[in-house]
Design a protein around this ligand. Structure first.
Ligand code: FAD
Length: 399
């Protein structure tokens, strides 16, 4: 596509990079996305997309495709780790639409990535370039260059580092980072729904809370799959990777004493994976000249607000708006950063704060556990904790 607008090159074709690419293409920019993987393949796991992310997808014309691919849990329950007692926390379906203007859906990551990549390719068939691992970048004042491991390079007017938690672009701009291990590991797995007994194969999202650990489970792919993420406080595992397999025995040992439903879910996971959660402090700034960052490259967070991907989605859309609104590129990137820095830092810190809530020692004491859940997940407390997140409008925030 020929364009008088700046040519934008993006490192990383994940959820954030592809949302940015689509948002830019829709505004007439010329875009190239460089992905290290030989094929576009997301980790087989789930991702929750709250109303603020769905607003962006709606503006990008993706609502129908997302609604057809997603699962639509009837409600979210908070469940007690040992007894299984359930409290309804808030409705994810109709109430999300009534309260925040858009639905709250749960998605299989490969399904979401397919929708985004097809939408990008339908506007620019050759925009996504695979097998191109970025190793360095430079800003020469009037151009940017992204260098790849195979010795080739790409040039453009703007570079977006959407290359995730181990970002090369971030390292070039800000130096090596120093992540701090949180002392938390995440077990994850995806269960074919038809292998679960009817009692467990429900269209409901559940947060199991207990002392020192919690579990989040929700349906994916119109209810064909059940996602499972179990977070445990332990210090003997520090590998930060989505694809490191773990064993059922090790996983079961982490949930000894938990409700029988949990044991059945664990047993039904075909292959569990183990991931160490690390924390990076929010960066004071993201952009330098013609280069900026988005998503996990600049504000990775622990997943306890389920907002990491949603923040990357908002970033991509707001960044496209800023580049469209300003002719000076450095000014556009500053405007984007000003619009996004405070909000994303709040999400980073708010996610970390939720650990104490989900793992509170009060949950270990039968005398206090029920009252603790009723207080912490009371409707007014939930509105207070989540309204600032879900009411955000990436389409109107000033840039
Ligand atoms: C257990 C767990 C559960 C989560 N659940 C949720 C949830 O429910 N909701 C939510 O919103 N978020 C959730 N998150 C967070 C979410 O997964 C991330 O925040 C999100 O994936 C960030 O998107 P991104 O596009 O910035 O980065 P990524 O998804 O990491 O994508 C980066 C892309 O860049 C590519 N890449 C990397 N390096 C290079 C390179 N050198 N050159 C070229 N390409 C490169 C990668 O291959 C990848 O395709 C969860 C995270 C965890 C750990």
């Amino acid at each position: 596509m020929s364009s008088t607008k700046p040519k934008v090159i993006i490192a990383g074709a994940g959820i954030g990079g592809l949302t940015a690419a689509l948002s830019l293409l829709k505004r007439g920019f010329s875009v190239e996305v460089y992905e290290q993987a030989p094929e576009l393949r997301e980790v087989g796991a789930g991702v929750q997309v709250s109303a603020n992310g769905m607003l962006v997808f709606d503006k990008l014309g993706l609502t129908d495709r997302i609604m057809a691919e997603a699962a639509h849990p009837e409600r979210r329950e908070i469940r007690m780790w040992n007894t299984g007692q359930a409290w309804t926390a808030f409705d994810l379906g109709t109430i999300s639409v009534q309260t925040y203007g858009n639905p709250y859906v749960t998605m299989y990551r490969p399904g979401l990535l397919d929708i985004l990549s097809q939408a990008v390719s339908s506007l620019a068939p050759h925009a996504i370039k695979l097998n191109r691992k970025a190793i360095a970048c430079e800003d020469t004042g009037d151009r940017v260059t992204l260098h790849f491991a195979d010795g080739t390079w790409a040039t453009g007017d703007v570079l977006i580092g959407a290359d995730g938690i181990h970002s090369v672009v971030r390292a070039t701009l800000h130096g090596a980072d120093n992540p701090e291990f949180t002392g938390l590991v995440a077990w994850r797995g995806v269960i074919p729904m038809d292998t679960l007994p009817a009692r467990l194969a429900r269209n409901v999202s559940s947060n199991w809370v207990g002392p020192g650990r919690h579990i989040v489970q929700y349906p994916l792919r119109r209810g064909a799959l059940m996602n499972f993420v179990g977070i445990v406080e332990r210090t003997d595992w520090t590998e930060e990777s989505w694809t490191t397999p773990g064993s059922h025995d090790d996983m079961r040992a982490d949930f000894v004493g938990w409700n029988d439903d949990v044991q059945q879910l664990i047993n039904a996971i075909p292959q569990p994976y183990l991931w160490a959660l690390k924390l990076r402090k929010p960066l004071p700034r993201w952009s330098e000249g013609r280069i900026t960052l988005l998503g996990d490259a600049c504000h990775p967070m622990v997943p306890f607000l389920a907002q990491g991907a949603v923040m990357a989605i908002e970033d991509g859309y707001v960044l496209a708006r800023a580049l469209d609104a300003h002719t000076d590129i450095a000014e556009a990137l500053k405007a984007y950063e000003s619009a996004r820095l405070e909000r994303t830092s709040r999400a980073v810190n708010g996610s970390a704060d939720n650990t104490k809530r989900f793992h509170n020692p009060a949950l270990g004491d039968p005398a206090s556990a029920g009252a603790y859940v009723e207080r912490e997940w009371a409707e007014d407390r939930l509105l207070e904790r989540y309204a600032w997140l879900y009411h955000y409008n990436a389409d109107t925030v000033p840039v």
